[in-house]
Design a protein around this ligand. Structure first.
Ligand SMILES: NC(=O)c1ccc[n+]([C@@H]2O[C@H](COP(=O)([O-])OP(=O)(O)OC[C@H]3O[C@@H](n4cnc5c(N)ncnc54)[C@H](O)[C@@H]3O)[C@@H](O)[C@H]2O)c1
Ligand SMILES: [Zn+2]
Length: 384
């Protein structure tokens, strides 16, 4: 069978504009048969790409059981890119040096070289680990991201951050390594557990608050459709989220100008919640970020930046999406202590990304520790 032609009708497309490292994000529904041809086209734009003949496809055990990678492997083979498959255990502990070493061994065994393309089929764990391996093996292999969780589709598969965890510090060993293509199949979300879907939606709410009031309003209108996994509704918010993240990344690829910090809304408190509750604790990342966004809205309220109506809108939407809006069991003093370690802080002052309105945020150090403590203790907003 001849490889499927690359036609403009195959899904929707946008470009992450990064000069020589620019790449395409393609959002499809099914359409696996076109995948191989798109990979080949993306590789042909890279140095030595036309001669790439092997793909190292990495996925996790849950997805392997579902067979999510099989049609992609077939499509690669049809495009004369010979696929080999590596399966890692599902879950965050796989973002480890041990699993990276296993993948390096596998690549060496297979005689992989710079003509090998790494294809990461999975959530953020697979993307971060396989991405890290592709960034470091032979000083960098081409990478194709095929994100299969909502979180990975709207966040981790865009922007080039790849990495693994140190036993005492999350994501501390890593690199910036942009993919040559990100291939997002909305249909893969059909099998995603509900909780994972909701966690991805928390990040989409974040994009609405920081950059796009229309996206926020459409989430309010379509919450039920999204939870019911209506494909058109999901496609629309995934595509818009990708556009928004791609725009921020294009302005600040390596987190140097401060622009990329806007993506941290909800995460200063969110990360503290994860640290205090424990990474294997009761809150998934998206849940911690949801509660973090509400706390940070309250902080903005204390500064007089927004009214209670804005915080209420954010909290109501998150509740509609089945996400937590507070974490009453956590000790505010411990949360504050964790926030003092946030990498945005400067000169001993806490810094937050806080909303000025739905769709607009600012990085600020105006919220002092007393304000943070008051918000965490559930005190009313200061009346100015
Ligand atoms: N690189 C970045 O910029 C960036 C950004 C945000 C998060 N991250 C990282 O992403 C990771 C979290 O990613 P995640 O939430 O995707 O978690 P994950 O990769 O662990 O996936 C969550 C679970 O869903 C399963 N799964 C994945 N796709 C599925 C599907 N289509 N159907 C059924 N089950 C499926 C997985 O097997 C796993 O059990 C964290 O390690 C975080 O640090 C990275
Ligand atoms: Zn996040």
């Amino acid at each position: 069978m001849a490889p499927c032609a690359v036609t403009p009708e195959t899904g929707q497309s946008l470009t992450v504009a990064l000069g020589p490292r620019s790449y395409e994000i393609r959002v499809v529904s099914g359409q696996h048969e076109a995948f191989g041809a798109f990979v080949r086209r993306a590789l042909e734009k890279t140095w030595g790409g036309g001669s790439r003949r092997t793909a190292f496809l990495v996925t996790d055990a849950h997805l392997a059981k579902l067979g999510a990678h099989l049609p992609l492997a077939e499509s690669l083979a049809a495009a004369q890119i010979e696929p080999a498959i590596a399966v890692i255990p599902a879950g965050e502990p796989s973002k480890s040096l041990e699993q990276a070493a296993r993948l390096y061994d596998n690549l060496v065994d297979r005689g992989a070289d710079r003509h090998t393309v790494v294809v990461a089929v999975g959530g953020g764990v697979v993307g971060d680990l396989a991405g890290f391996v592709s960034a470091t093996f032979a000083r960098g292999l081409a990478l194709v991201m095929v994100p299969t969780t909502l979180l990975a589709q709207v966040d981790s598969a865009i922007g080039g951050k790849v990495g693994i965890n140190h036993p005492r510090a999350k994501n501390i060993i890593g690199a910036f390594h942009q993919p040559v293509l990100t291939w997002i199949d909305i249909q893969t979300l059909e099998t995603l557990p509900d909780r994972e879907l909701r966690c991805g939606l928390a990040e989409v709410v974040k994009y609405g608050v920081i950059l796009d009031a229309l996206l926020f309003a459409s989430l309010e209108q379509n919450a039920a459709r999204l939870l019911a996994r209506d494909e058109a509704a999901l496609r629309s918010i995934v595509f818009r989220s990708c556009e928004l993240k791609a725009g921020v990344v294009a302005e600040d690829e390596r987190e140097e100008s401060g622009r990329r910090a806007v993506l941290n809304f909800g995460h200063t408190v969110g990360h503290a919640i994860e640290a205090v509750a424990g990474y294997d604790g009761p809150f998934e990342h998206g849940e911690a970020v949801a509660a973090g966004m509400v706390a940070e809205c309250r902080l903005a309220q204390r500064l007089g930046w927004i009214g209670a109506d804005v915080t209420d809108r954010v909290a109501r939407l998150l509740e509609q999406l089945g996400l937590p809006i507070e974490t009453p069991a956590l000790d505010p003093a411990l949360l504050l202590q964790a926030m003092r370690r946030d990498k945005k802080n400067r000169g001993g002052k806490l810094r937050f990304v806080l909303p000025r309105a739905i769709g607009s945020v600012e990085l600020t150090d105006l919220a002092g520790e007393a304000d943070v403590a008051a918000v965490l203790a559930g005190e009313e907003a200061r009346t100015l």
